[in-house]
Write a protein that binds this ligand. Sequence first.
Ligand code: NAP
Length: 234
Amino acid sequence: MSLQGKKVVIVGGSSGIGYATAAMAKAQGAEVVIASRAGARLDAAAKALGVRAIPADVTGDEAVENLFRQTGAVDHVAVTAAQLKAGPFKTQPIAEAKATMEGKFWGSWRVARFAEFRPGGSLTIVSGFLSIRPRPNSAIVGAANGALEALARSLAIDLAPVRVNAVSPGIIDTPIRAAMPEDARKAMLDKIAAGLPVGRVGLADDIALQILAFMQNGFATGSIVYIDGGGTIA
Ligand SMILES: NC(=O)c1ccc[n+]([C@@H]2O[C@H](COP(=O)([O-])OP(=O)(O)OC[C@H]3O[C@@H](n4cnc5c(N)ncnc54)[C@H](OP(=O)(O)O)[C@@H]3O)[C@@H](O)[C@H]2O)c1
């Protein structure tokens, strides 16, 4: 199924996996709209990609409703937006854990609720491998990812014939870790890469490829695909 002329909305398209997905969809001839919080990052991404940008903070019902009022009916939507705050379970402020859920889980919920799809349309949610491969101090992120994977399966029923799938990335080198000191970030990624069967961490394009596959494969719905360089089996 070609993306030529299809309207594709990437919520979280200003950076990382979302940006790569927007670029790939545009290269395949789609009419792409990116959305994220209002600001210089969204504007710069829209300019670099040559696509339309609509500011929308996924933590607000009205903002997401307004996004899809502006786009009208769409063919394919992917949600990559997330602001994550992890920390030790016993001491992480509960407000931080709730904020993680608000953006990552409820953000996707809102997008699913307000997007209107044309025939043949699809929604792709991005979760993360912590759902099935927990790591210390990230219980809230694992829980959000697990909830999203369950949501994708449920929505594949409730929104049918709209197809709904989830891609669950492993460790991907994106600006999500930009706040870490560069040396520490590189050392951490090198260590993870050495333990993976593929010998490297992921690139944003590795996940974008799967998102585009979900958009184009008319038989895929209710699927959860782990793209993690073997991280869940290593
Ligand atoms: N990178 C990894 O290792 C990894 C692993 C597993 C899962 N994932 C998941 O993959 C997804 C994409 O991650 P990434 O690595 O591409 O991260 P990223 O480069 O930090 O991109 C995150 C995107 O989310 C947007 N965003 C953040 N808060 C938002 C909000 N409240 N409303 C709307 N947009 C918001 C950001 O845009 P603005 O700042 O412009 O708002 C940005 O476009 C996330 O769900 C992440 O949890 C990533």
